[in-house]
Design a binder for this molecule. Structure first.
Ligand code: ATP
Length: 457
């Protein structure tokens, strides 16, 4: 992450087809972003790596893809209709709206947590530390007011009749309401988890540090249903697994830290976030929560269905405790881009920007670069073969140096050049993105050479 700033990441994302402002030609729409051809590959690879690690490799975890629109009673049971609100403050000078807790945390670069503060304490902190409006620089705040975070829409089955429904603000309710379905259909034994990757929507107040905080985002999360007696060891286990996943993706441990919550929800028994050193400072990347039996108990109360598990050995019936592990795919994308971003001064004095992703995350695994246009037949042949296995890029325009730079900027781990020797002896050169070293190998070995190096284990 050498010399990285948010501006550099945003500019690179725009110029290299990674992420664009949402609805840009209409002046944009605040806090929405569109993933471009390169970005969608990176994000899909992030989701694949997560699913592989937490679902595919764990026989006691079952995947679901639940509906975004749910029976509104779900949100009564979860408490969202009553309580899901943020403390907002408006700047009276420029009319921008902010979250009071974020103002404090951003101002202190993540060293002060506003989690446990009351509204009065937050107002006092903002006034004592003279935190000015980040937009216009004035100190002219309204008092704190609560701001509802759920997006409402309506569903009408008859003309004129409309019922309020909500865009889900979190994916996990899709797992809770399917607890019985999955336990029975899959004959699942406690402890088992239900996992999901899907979109959530929150009417967030604070303009959000690029894709760090958006109003529409994807969550990758799982709910582990267990006996209370084993719940703390499972909680610790997920804290370790969540961090290991990031380290295996190539994150430096120096850029990650655990942050135990100062204040717990009344039902929670423990909660911990993993913070990452984003360009704007230390901020939450993911959360691991011990939620006791709260969620299933509430659904039992509101649905009238017994959300219990019958232990096949002891015949004991109980409502399982839930351990939740949740990470935003977009927030992880920002962290991955930050961690991978490097500026390196080359021998001739030029600087190269290179995204040193884990190869499994890289948008394209290989670039195929014919040195001359008139030898592109072999190159096209290689592209056609390799693109059946993984994403490849074909680039025949510009000097080879410029073409390498373009691949470095989007993190393509290998570049293959086809030259006149290829026509004679069917060998090609492979250049490594990180070391820039080149080796010559038979063209027939390129596929296995790359395949061996792009796995996420
Ligand atoms: P924050 O305190 O940053 O608002 P949170 O504690 O409300 O987050 P959770 O509800 O626990 O977050 O959601 C789990 C994860 O989903 C977060 O750790 C984060 O990675 C991601 N996430 C939450 N809200 C957003 C958002 N508005 N935009 C992007 N990602 C989000």
């Amino acid at each position: 992450m050498s010399n990285v700033t948010m501006d550099k990441i945003v500019n690179l994302c725009k110029s290299r087809g990674i992420i664009f402002q949402g609805s840009e030609i209409y002046g944009g729409m605040g806090n929405t972003w569109d993933y471009g051809p390169v970005g969608v590959e990176i994000k899909n690879n992030i989701k694949r790596a997560w699913w592989k690690r937490f679902v595919q490799e764990d026989p006691s975890t079952y995947g679901v893809d639940a509906a975004i629109l749910m029976n509104p009673r779900v949100w009564d049971a979860s408490g969202h209709t009553q309580n899901f609100a943020d403390p907002k403050m408006d700047c009276k000078s420029c009319k921008q709206r902010f979250r009071a807790d974020n103002l404090i945390e951003d101002h202190s670069k993540g060293t002060v947590s506003a989690e446990a503060m009351t509204n009065e304490e937050m107002e006092k902190y903002i006034s004592d530390n003279k935190i000015n409006c980040p937009h216009c620089g004035n100190f002219n705040w309204t008092p704190i007011r609560q701001f509802k975070l759920m997006f409402e829409t309506s569903r009408g089955t008859l003309d004129g009749e409309k019922d309020v429904v909500y865009l889900r603000p979190e994916t996990c309710q899709g797992e809770y309401v399917n607890f019985l379905n999955i336990q029975r259909s899959m004959r699942a034994k406690v402890p088992f988890a239900i996992a999901q990757i899907g979109k959530s929507f929150r009417n967030e107040i604070t303009p959000g540090n690029f894709i760090f905080r958006t109003i529409e985002f994807e969550q990758m999360e799982l709910q582990k249903f267990c006996r209370d007696s084993e719940s703390f060891s499972i909680y610790e286990d997920y804290k370790a697994k969540a961090k290991q996943f990031l380290v295996d993706l190539g994150f430096s441990e120096d850029h990650l830290k655990y942050h135990d919550h100062d204040k717990l929800a009344f039902y929670a028994k423990a909660a911990c976030d993993i913070f990452y050193l984003f360009p704007m400072g230390w901020s939450e990347l993911n959360g691991i929560h011990h939620r006791s039996t709260h969620d299933l108990s509430r659904h039992q109360e509101y649905s009238g269905k017994a959300m219990q598990y019958l232990d096949p050995v002891t015949n004991e019936k109980f409502i399982p405790t839930v351990i939740e592990y949740s990470i935003g795919a977009d927030r992880l994308m920002l962290a991955v881009l930050t961690e991978a971003y490097n500026e390196e001064v080359l021998e001739g004095g030029d600087t190269r920007v290179v995204l040193k992703f884990h190869p499994a995350i890289a948008p394209y695994k290989v670039a195929i670069l014919p040195l001359q246009k008139n030898i592109n037949e072999k190159a096209i042949e290689l592209y056609q073969k390799l693109s059946k296995k993984f994403m490849c890029i074909y680039d025949e325009s510009g000097s080879i140096g410029k073409r390498y730079r373009r691949q470095d900027e989007i993190g393509v781990p290998y570049s293959v050049t086809i030259d006149f020797d290829t026509l004679e002896n069917d060998t090609v050169t492979i250049r490594d993105r990180d070391t820039m070293e080149q080796i010559r190998i038979p063209m027939s070995e390129v596929e296995s050479y790359i395949e061996q190096r792009i796995q996420f284990n």
